[in-house]
Write a protein that binds this ligand. Structure first.
Ligand code: ADP
Ligand code: MG
Length: 722
């Protein structure tokens, strides 16, 4: 070789590394600078003093002031992650065991301190939404210049991106709730931040009661309740008059425009408004609030088509969707600034209302709706429905336009509707949802008296009663409304009780491998099959090719197993009109569930040919969802005699089984059962002896009366709620 070339190459390599380092440093420095421009920064010291002096503090501040990303870092910088000195003795013992621990593996934290394994305390911060937990954790990891999943991590259902070293942990409120199961006093945490408290999700509301309780016997624990709107007084009252710290936001004026008449099609109206803004208004990004993925995709397509028609006559318009199941690489894009001369339009769900702050928004389009869970306590039916938002939400949405400069908000409803049709605040989720899951969890935590639990707003009596009744029918509670062994095992799964029961029943029918797959596929069920508009015929044929006798659950199993046989091939998905992303997600969920099987000591057994056993296992969990074919050509649900139909996408659509079990009901033009299997009448008695009468099963499947004890509960509930 030519002398000197190697040196030259090495030199080049080195300078590249240096360049890279410089780039990193520069980026880090600019991030640190931008942290200082957030409204919360000026109050850092006052805040830290208040936290030092009070165990519980309510923090209220405008969205975007820096609560979620900064509080955790301030607390870390202030030393709240230092090991608890009271436990020093225990720690020393541990140290001996860990003698051969590889010290090099302890990476340095930004301030030069080393995090020693297990001994640091954690700062936990809950978020009602998965996307927010992930996105905020990524941001904080970046600001602290550490790798996501190490010192800064997150945990959401079926995905734990944290490690032994994690000291700042973002998680969904539901995940923290589950942590009580393994660590009832949450001893690994020195600070808990219940963030986005104003959202009042079911899990946040239950957390309020639990963290209030542990704060009493852990005097050193700091508890911060942070919220974006004006509920602070209510939170303060609940937490024994805890002081309120207000972070004054900066907010520019926002002009509000209403439509003169109600809009018949708000998606179309939103698209038209985007284009009008784009053509007539100065540059500045647009944020549109829609209710879910489907609406966002429709609006996206409409915008693409119409801007294409306008061609080069208009400036560049960059369309960016954001919703909870959007892959994370796509989520990051919403934070990237628009190129010079171009405009961003973000099509978002409620997530952009307070959970995520996107800089640079000047225009907000608010159609006035969101998707909300509703629960009919009379018949136990749950549904997601598109509902008008509250005044509080409308004002939050408008506020998104005035963060960086004066802005404009276009409400696609009339001023009269705003005044007279919108409620002041939304109803907390605890009052409009099924409580089965939460009741099971609380019972497993040893909280027996759910009537007198410390609720901020109590759930309706009828809802609690229904939850007890369902858990009794599933065998999770006994006659005395105590948790059974089965119930305790069911609580190990972060799933609806009906699904957990199905998994546990798979032990009896020796088909746990198949049931795990089915449950995982159901958890992503509406997005398995891909149906592009220009290839509907081909796509439908491909889908029908997977149909399996017995029903849709078995069809899903078939899809998964075929995919698995190709070694999880992307190409195969593509050729068969299957969404690869959804399949991957199902696989991830399945891995997580399989790991939990050890905890309940169920062996993984496979028995794919026994389609009867598989369906009986499903029956054991979903017997509530039985429907019988009736003379008028419709199905009638066994419990409430409600008329329903098999969904046209089901493989049983053109067959008429006498008895079916469905996964869920969806209301479109008619009430449809989605994901349906055919069952035999006798299976019901075998799998749900608590629920179905043992006699006269063949003429009419009348359900059993609930035992007297449950009647007594009802009486007690009535007394307590009067
Ligand atoms: P708050 O919780 O008070 O609403 P945040 O702490 O979420 O405020 O946001 C503070 C700032 O951090 C905002 O200006 C926001 O744009 C920025 N930010 C938050 N997450 C990200 C992210 N993933 N990427 C880029 N910027 C982000
Ligand atoms: Mg926040």
């Amino acid at each position: 070789t030519i002398p000197g070339v190697n040196e030259l190459l090495q030199y080049k390599e080195k300078s590249k590394i240096n360049e890279h380092e410089d780039e990193n440093k520069r980026k880090h420095r600019s991030l640190q600078e931008s942290r200082k421009t957030l409204p919360i920064y000026r109050f850092r010291e006052d805040l830290m003093n208040a936290i030092r002096d009070h165990q519980v503090l309510i923090i209220e501040g405008e969205t975007g002031s820096g609560k979620t990303t900064q509080l955790t870092q301030y607390l870390y910088e202030e030393g709240y992650c230092e090991p608890d000195t009271e436990n020093v003795e225990e720690e020393e013992e541990e140290e001996e065991e860990e003698e051969d621990y590889d010290d090099d593996d302890n990476i340095k934290l930004p301030n030069g301190k080393k995090k020693k394994e297990k001994k640091m305390m954690m700062i936990g911060c809950t978020q009602p939404r998965r996307v927010a937990a992930m996105s905020v954790a990524a941001r904080v990891a970046e600001e602290m210049n550490v790798k996501l999943g190490r010192e800064v991590g997150y945990a959401i259902r079926f995905e734990d991106c944290s490690s032994e070293r994690t000291i700042i942990k973002y998680m969904t409120d539901g995940m923290l709730l589950r942590e009580f199961l393994s660590e009832p006093d949450l001893a690994s945490y020195s600070v808990l931040i219940v963030d986005e408290a104003h959202e009042r999700t079911l899990h946040t509301d239950i957390l309020f009661g639990l963290v209030k309780d542990i704060a009493r016997f852990r005097p050193k624990l700091k508890l911060l309740i942070s919220s974006a709107t004006l509920d602070a007084e209510k939170f303060s009252q609940f937490f024994d008059d805890a002081p309120i710290f207000r972070i004054p936001g900066r907010r520019f004026p926002v002009d509000i425009y209403y439509t003169k008449a109600p809009e018949a099609d708000y998606i179309d109206a939103a698209v038209v408004t985007v284009l009008q803004i784009h053509v007539t208004q100065p540059l500045g990004d647009v944020l549109v609030f829609l209710t879910g993925q489907e609406e966002i995709e429709t609006a996206n397509e409409m915008l693409l088509e119409r801007t294409r028609r306008l061609g080069t006559k208009i400036k560049e318009l960059i369309i960016l969707p954001i919703y909870s199941t959007l892959p994370s690489d796509m989520q990051i894009r919403i934070f990237e600034p628009a190129p010079l001369g171009a405009r961003k339009v973000i099509l978002a769900t409620n997530i952009a209302e307070t959970s995520l702050t996107i800089d640079g928004i000047h225009y907000v389009i608010d159609p006035g709706f969101c998707k909300q869970k509703t629960y009919n306590a009379r018949n136990g039916m749950e549904a997601l429905t598109i509902t008008p938002i509250s005044k509080a939400s409308a004002n939050q949405r408008a506020g998104r336009a005035g963060r960086v400069a004066p802005g404009k908000c276009f409400r696609l409803y009339t001023s009269w509707a705003y005044q007279h049709e919108l409620d002041d605040n939304s109803i907390p989720e605890i009052q409009r949802t099924n409580l089965g899951n939460v009741v099971l969890l609380l019972k497993s935590l040893g909280i027996n008296d759910l009537v007198n639990f410390d609720y901020m707003d109590p759930p309706p009596m009828e809802t609690l009663r229904l939850a007890f009744e369902q858990l009794y029918a599933l065998g999770a509670l006994n006659h005395k409304v105590e948790l059974t062994k089965l119930g305790r095992r069911m609580a190990e799964f972060p799933l609806d009780p009906m699904l957990s029961k199905t998994i546990l029943a798979s032990e009896t029918y020796k088909c746990s491998a198949e049931i795990l797959t089915i449950v995982s596929m159901l958890s992503v069920n509406n997005s398995i099959f891909f149906r592009p508009k220009d290839k509907t015929l081909l796509a439908d044929t491909a889908r029908q090719g997977f149909f399996t006798p017995g029903g849709d659950h078995l069809t899903l199993l078939n899809v998964y197993n075929q995919w698995k046989d190709t070694n999880y091939s992307t190409q195969w998905c593509y050729e068969n009109f299957i969404q690869f992303r959804s399949m991957n997600r199902a696989r991830q969920v399945r891995d997580q569930l399989e790991a939990l099987m050890e905890r309940v000591e169920i062996e993984i057994q496979s028995n794919p040919a026994d389609t009867i056993g598989i369906r009986k296992a499903i029956c054991s969990g979903f017997f509530y969802h039985t429907a019988k074919f009736s003379k008028n050509g419709m199905y009638k649900t066994v419990r409430h005699q409600q008329s329903v139909l098999i969904h046209p996408n089901s493989c049983l659509f053109d067959q008429i089984p006498r008895y079916v079990i469905y996964f869920e009901l969806v209301l479109t033009t008619k009430e449809y059962m989605r994901q349906v299997i055919e069952i035999e009448n006798e299976w019901l008695r075998e799998t749900a002896p608590h629920f179905y009468k043992t006699k006269k099963l063949d003429d009419d499947n009348k359900v059993k009366k609930m035992p007297k004890v449950l009647g007594k509960i009802k009486a007690e509930l009535e007394r307590n709620y009067s």
